[in-house]
Design a protein around this ligand. Sequence first.
Ligand code: PEP
Length: 256
Amino acid sequence: MRTPLIAGNWKMHKTLAEASELVKGIREGVGGISGVEVLVCPPYQHLFPIAEAVKGSAVKLGAQNAHFELEGAFTGEISVPMLVDAGCTHVILGHSERRQYFAEDGPLLAKKVRAAVNGGLTAVYCVGETLEERESGRTAAVVERHMTEAIGKDVPADRLVIAYEPVWAIGTGKTATPDQAQEVHALIRGLLASKYDQATAESIRILYGGSVKPGNAETLLAQPDIDGALVGGACLAAGDFVAIIQAAETTVAMPS
Ligand code: PEP
């Protein structure tokens, strides 16, 4: 049984005052929730204060990116040891916005994933196709390429989370249908089984991301291979994010 993970990617949003308000609302909202792991990924500058704000709660802290080197002359970058120092347990890697706007590619992401897991973080590694790739029937090939480029048996399975994020569904209000998402999640589970083994593949969480909202979360999360959500827009309001976490709690309680 995989514990669902609901992760919020705050992207480049929120001043410190706004971030503090948001995390306070999340912390209060998740007080009585059980059986769901919750992760917030604020901008770097807020990591230390948000680490303080979530102390003693079930909310975990993650970053949105990391460099693969431990230290060095890499202006504007941040290292895995720095993220660990700030209290992070997770880091998002390979987000489509990093791939698209910052030219992050497979070989680079392979190094980042290894730096993260070797440094003690759980990597939330994102994969997913563009609209053009989906419409030309290349979804499976693209997802397989993203998986093959950065994930291998040397990546410890207990430090790995995969996020399937169809690019056409991110920030667009268009969500993959539960069937569309389940089909790709099952494909990813199969790819994990071929890299590791079936039992290990069954233990790795695969999140769905792409316009997840309180209104669509439950049907997505009820799919057998959808083990949580990576949430962008809807994680910026505590009420919406908590409602998605509650939807995950409801699916845990459902008979399988
Ligand atoms: C994301 O950026 O990871 C994401 C899923 O965004 P949104 O929920 O806004 O589509």
